[in-house]
Design a protein. Structure first.
Length: 78
């Protein structure tokens, strides 16, 4: 189930609105929805951590290039 449907299911579970829930009719729908949401949150947290690491790497790389260009430009002025 995609994340939007999981969120919608969780909202319906919270309201007790089973009739309009996308998970309606599934065995143990509340438990399965919450379990799937927990797994999706963990997956998104891991992905977010990877993206943060990549961002930091790119920032460091950018700073290195910036310093190189500044040094090169200063050398051209001499």
């Amino acid at each position: 189930m995609d994340i939007e449907k999981l969120i919608e299911s969780a909202e319906h579970c919270d309201l007790g609105d089973c009739a309009n829930c996308p998970s309606c009719g599934r065995v143990c729908c509340k438990e399965r929805t919450m379990g799937e949401l927990a797994r999706e949150v963990k997956r998104l947290q891991a992905e977010n951590e990877k993206l943060r690491d990549e961002l930091e790497r790119v920032k460091r790389e950018n700073e290195t290039i910036k310093q190189f260009l500044q040094n090169w430009h200063e050398g051209e002025e001499d």
